[in-house]
Design a protein around this ligand. Structure first.
Ligand code: APR
Length: 276
């Protein structure tokens, strides 16, 4: 692993535009369970419950489920604190290498760690949104509505139903997040993919775009990729769908250990070679 850490530091040191794609594995060391690992959320809850149609069919039921998940500490976003993985990515940005974090997580921990350019590809659970007029509400304002007996909570502007502002299955990715993520993936000459099983699309397509500028977005109207062939570095505690196919190499380990080690190696390299 030591050699791969050195290799990653070299690749980042030589890069012009580093982008990170993160998943739930980046937040497990903050006490938030991921989805598909043993003991993950989808072992305890049926993911089909989080289909957009199910919410539309019975919003009260989905709000009751999310309250239950909060009570049982499975969705405790407000109290969670960033871990060494989040802090390492924030430091990589401060060092001038990392241009943006594209996250599938809805926990705001990258922002809490100080990352300034975070694309919330699957939305955020720190907000709710009216499915009528689109107005957004911070989660504590929604908690007040629920405490006042409003279940489902309603929009004060149009009376519409509020929905947790995380992307449910079958719901489109927020257009601006999608657009920006595709163009960042295209611009990347190094993409760090950390803590994701890479089985959920279209997020899992982004490493393909970074690698080949291809994939199913290539035929869309988006401008052709300026550079093809980003180096895709995976950091995960198990091989994923990308391993050996799209990623150049996998550093097998805990993100809270590996990412800080890469930063330490990068700083050593800078001492030897000078900062960029
Ligand atoms: N260090 C390294 N890898 C880890 C760690 C850790 N501390 N903890 C977990 N992992 C790995 C797991 O082994 C797994 O490969 O991170 C990956 C997490 O994968 P998933 O649970 O599938 O989470 P994610 O890829 O983010 O899921 C994508 O699916 O359920 C939907 O919308 C939800 O955004 C989510 C999307």
């Amino acid at each position: 692993m030591k050699n791969l850490i050195k290799r990653a530091a070299w690749d980042i040191y030589g890069a012009q535009h580093v982008v990170a794609l993160t998943g739930a594995g980046v937040s497990t060391e903050s006490g938030i369970p991921d989805f598909r690992s043993p003991g993950g959320l989808w072992e305890k809850y049926d993911p089909m419950e989080f289909m957009y149609e199910r919410f539309i069919a019975n919003p009260k039921r989905i709000w009751e489920m999310s309250l239950k998940m909060k009570r049982e500490g499975d969705l405790d976003m407000a109290e969670a604190m960033p871990n060494q993985a989040h802090l390492a990515l924030s430091e990589l940005e401060a060092m001038g290498y990392l241009k943006c974090v594209i996250t599938q997580n809805v926990d705001n921990l990258h922002q809490k760690a100080g990352s300034s350019d975070v694309i919330e590809f699957h939305g955020s659970l720190l907000w709710g949104r009216c499915i009528g007029c689109g107005r957004r509400y911070p989660s504590d304002a929604i908690d007040d509505k629920i405490d006042a007996g409003q279940l489902p909570p309603l929009c004060g502007q149009c009376g519409g139903i509020l929905k947790p502002d995380a992307v449910f299955f079958g719901e489109p990715i927020p257009p601006q997040a999608l657009q920006r993520s595709i163009s960042e993936a295209r611009r990347a000459d190094v993409m760090i993919v950390a803590g994701t099983s890479a089985v959920v699309y279209p997020a899992a397509e982004l490493p393909f775009i970074a690698k080949r500028g291809g994939g199913f977005f290539s035929t869309s109207v988006i401008e052709p990729s300026p550079n093809v062939g980003a180096i895709v570095i995976e950091v995960n505690d198990e091989p994923t769908q990308l391993t050996g196919k799209v990623s150049d190499y996998l550093i097998l380990g805990k993100v809270g250990t590996v990412l800080p080690e890469i930063i330490a190696q990068l700083r050593e390299l800078e001492r030897e070679k000078g900062t960029k």
